[in-house]
Design a protein around this ligand. Sequence first.
Ligand SMILES: [Zn+2]
Ligand SMILES: [Zn+2]
Length: 369
Amino acid sequence: MSRAFLVDPVRRRSGLATIREPARRCAHDVILDVLEVGICGTDREIVEFAFGEPPTGEDRLVLGHECLARVVGPAPDGTGLQDEQLAVPIVRDPCEAADCAPCRHDDQDFCLTGQFAEHGIRRAHGFLAERIVMPAARLVAVPDALRATAVLAEPLTVAEKVLRQLAAVAGRVPSTGAARPGAALVVGAGPIGLLAAMALVLRGWTVTVGARSVAPTPNARFAEALGARYVSTHELPLGVLAAETGGFELVLEAAGDATVALEATAGLRPNGILALTGLSLPGPPRAGFDLGEVIRRVVLGNQVLLGSVNAARADFEAAIADLLRAEERWPGLAEQLITSRYPLERSADAIHTSGGIKAVIEVQEAQAA
Ligand SMILES: [Zn+2]
Ligand SMILES: [Zn+2]
């Protein structure tokens, strides 16, 4: 038997329960002990029944999509996995449509049908359980050196996918060609914004992180420890910041506020890219917000509005590589994003915690020593 955190959207219940231990269904399946699961806004929304969908034919969904696990027993040959290997599971499964070219070529993060499943989110059980089974093809090997930080790989893939697309988008301007590091503004200083800032600094970008809170906060300190500039948008509105700095080649929105993100186009240089990664809450735009002005700027500046969601294996591998590089450059820093840790029994507290940067549930900590 395995304990897991389950959400029942019909009866509107959630909590820890004992479920049958998952079994391998074929030779390509790998059994894993879950070590850690990170909590984010998506988990909170699922527990509040805003979305979340159990697998077909079941009434409960195992929560959790940000996971670090350890292989139990032998793994299939040729997968780079072995007994006791640390691994991070990929969240999205491909859809089954024969004509969905992205899903047929392991690009399910660009699925055309919308019929994909996402572990811990829709139609596939998540990872907040003592034991899980995943196909080897959906696991990314993690070096032991990242035992303390690899749970951050999944939220880091948000930035990695944007950076991968950035390279393709930058190629549209023949004379400047491939993306080269310039000035970037990251809007939002939550885990995704701070991890994005980290990935950008590692690639040589000059990074400003803009968020509402006035420094000093742990988030501002983290940004500054990376060598990024932190500004409070209360003290320095984005428009003023753009004028003062001369603008940005990239604005990466990770705040979940469409108005703020679109206003940030005021800070984009010609040919600049606004990458949107946050899901905006529905509601009327803020008073004084002028969408026409935003569109004029985007057109006259040859700018790109780039929406990005989910991530491919390449992005998970880039995240693991970046976490290794980060550990070399700023030893112990990435781990500081994890500001609270909870045992599995206190999963509900971890999900509802407020404050701090990232809450992590230690599922198998006792055995991990
Ligand atoms: Zn998440
Ligand atoms: Zn598809």
